[in-house]
Design a protein around this ligand. Structure first.
Ligand SMILES: *[C@@H]1O[C@H](CO)[C@@H](O)[C@H](O)[C@H]1NC(C)=O
Ligand SMILES: *[C@@H]1O[C@H](CO)[C@@H](O)[C@H](O)[C@H]1NC(C)=O
Ligand SMILES: *[C@@H]1O[C@H](CO)[C@@H](O)[C@H](O)[C@H]1NC(C)=O
Length: 298
């Protein structure tokens, strides 16, 4: 029989973290479930707490959850008339909250996750991957961003909002589309990079806004084709200089990069105080953390 120490030595190095997941497309949408599988397979301790229904575009709204209507949860993932909150009967880590994205992540952080984490709170909050990009002026309206910002600002938990330009809202029990798997793998890569950089995983009140470009059967269809680019949410014309990176002190906007020919993933440094860019020395701290995976545009 193999010695336990030998097994430890051959396992890939993983930093198991307590993770809370949410989104705005709903708890039964395939992107969040594919990411849940990827995070769990990577050894993380994950609890998912997301809206019972599609709550796309609800920003930072928050209201007490109500009884599920007679149609049931999205994609018939729970029965009509189900209680305001509930979980999958065979996997209690999968939870719905019949309200807004912020309400659902709040319930996850305050009530559900501590039951699985021996009373401790999550160490990182991951939202999405959202179906559709969240760049520039879309950012303040996004529930996926709203939930991430709530975690960073109100709960003091570093957070990352992920969004992908390809796909439509798809039930969890359909075959996994290629884009969904690629977005989950890329999101795991960024998450692992942030965790490997050590605590604090992100500076105070910081969150990352990540956008994945289009995936098709012929283009950007394997993870190793993607490059990670450090960007801004807004152009920053009136902001102080950015951290010097890739030979300039003004980062490109996520909109200019995500629409560019090629397979570029944008990572913007968000300030949870107002959902705009971080414009201070926290940029340098985040750059140091992400450097192992970042590229420069050609
Ligand atoms: C989800 O909600 C958004 C915003 O109201 C809407 O644009 C979208 O079509 C909805 N998706 C589905 C599958 O109904
Ligand atoms: C609940 O979890 C089981 C086991 O993972 C799965 O087969 C089933 O599809 C899930 N249902 C929902 C609505 O999540
Ligand atoms: C993460 O992405 C970087 C940059 O593309 C790549 O070099 C690295 O191998 C990836 N790591 C994993 C674990 O996929």
């Amino acid at each position: 029989m193999m010695q336990p120490w030998l097994l430890l030595a051959i396992l890939p190095f993983t930093q198991a973290a307590r993770v809370i997941q949410s989104n705005d497309d709903g708890w039964a949408e395939i992107n969040i479930r594919t990411f849940y599988e990827a995070l769990t397979d990577a050894g993380h301790d994950v609890v998912l707490s997301a809206p019972a229904e599609n709550q796309s575009g609800r920003g930072s709204s928050d209201a007490a959850p109500g009884v599920v209507d007679s149609d049931g949860c999205e994609f018939s993932s729970c029965a009509g008339g189900s209680p305001p909150t509930g979980s999958n009967s065979s996997d209690p880590r999968l939870n719905y909250v019949n309200s807004f994205p912020v309400t659902s992540i709040k319930a996850g952080i305050d009530t559900t996750a501590p039951k699985f984490f021996d009373g401790a709170k999550p160490e990182i909050a991951l939202t999405g991957p959202n179906v559709g990009s969240n760049v520039a002026i879309q950012v303040p309206f996004s529930g996926t961003v709203g939930a991430a910002v709530y975690a960073a600002k109100n709960a003091g938990i570093p957070s990352i909002a992920f969004s992908g330009s390809t796909g439509e809202q798809t039930a969890w029990n359909k075959p996994t589309p290629l884009y969904s798997q690629i977005y989950a793998d890329l999101a795991l890569n960024i998450t692992s990079t942030v965790l490997a950089s050590g605590m604090p995983y992100l500076p105070a009140s910081a969150w990352l806004n990540v956008n994945f470009p289009a995936v098709s059967s012929t283009k950007c269809n394997t993870v190793n084709q993607f490059k990670f680019i450090l960007t801004r949410i807004y152009s920053g014309v009136f902001s102080p200089k950015d951290v010097t990176w890739c030979g300039t002190d003004r980062l490109p906007t996520e909109l200019s990069v995500v629409t560019r020919e090629g397979c570029y993933v944008t990572i913007s440094m968000g300030d949870a105080d107002d959902k705009t860019d971080i414009n201070d020395e926290r940029q340098t701290q985040i750059l140091t953390k992400l450097k192992p995976i970042l590229s420069c545009l050609p």
